[in-house]
Design a protein around this ligand. Structure first.
Ligand code: GTP
Ligand code: MG
Length: 140
């Protein structure tokens, strides 16, 4: 399996809880390298575009409003099999179903306020990364 990149967001519930460092530690302990990182306040337009794939879902408005409710940390993670590896570290979408030791088990409050986002495929990762980073921002 070759080196891969994935896109990560530390969501507003986790920045509010001051968990950025603890989450980064779990990411690094899993063998992933944080090769780009920026703390931002997403605009509504950015959040709507980012989650456009969920536009027809009943929770879309709630999701967009949550993502702009506070600062987030956008990141590019690099490593072997990074997409799948990060999703393992994140745990299940619903924290009640997340495995012990995962980010969502440790920090998430609910299925909506679930602390982190991670890309679901290498192709989606590439599309998500360019929404927030230029190649010059990513230093491996
Ligand atoms: P992401 O890494 O954030 O994409 O999570 P995921 O891939 O585990 O879940 P999915 O792509 O199915 O859903 C995207 C996001 O929508 C989730 O992370 C949640 O924040 C949110 N979401 C999913 N289901 C619900 C729901 O029933 N209610 C609310 N409020 N939010 C939801
Ligand atoms: Mg998803």
């Amino acid at each position: 399996m070759a080196t891969q990149r994935t896109f990560s967001i530390i969501k507003p519930d986790a920045t509010a809880g001051n968990h950025t460092g603890a989450i980064n530690s779990l990411i690094e302990k899993a063998g992933l390298r944080i090769v780009a990182q920026r703390r931002v306040r997403m605009t509504r337009e950015q959040a709507e575009r980012f989650y456009a794939v969920h536009a027809e879902r009943p929770f879309y408005e709630e999701l967009v409003s949550f993502m702009i409710s506070g600062p987030v940390v956008v990141q590019v993670l690099e490593g072997e099999d990074a997409v799948a590896r990060y999703r393992e570290v994140m745990g299940a979408t619903n924290p009640d179903e997340a495995a012990p030791g995962t980010i969502r088990k440790l920090f998430a409050r609910s299925v909506g306020e679930n602390s982190v986002h991670g890309s679901d495929a290498p192709e989606t990762a590439a599309e998500e990364i360019v929404q927030f980073f230029s190649e010059a921002d990513i230093v491996g």
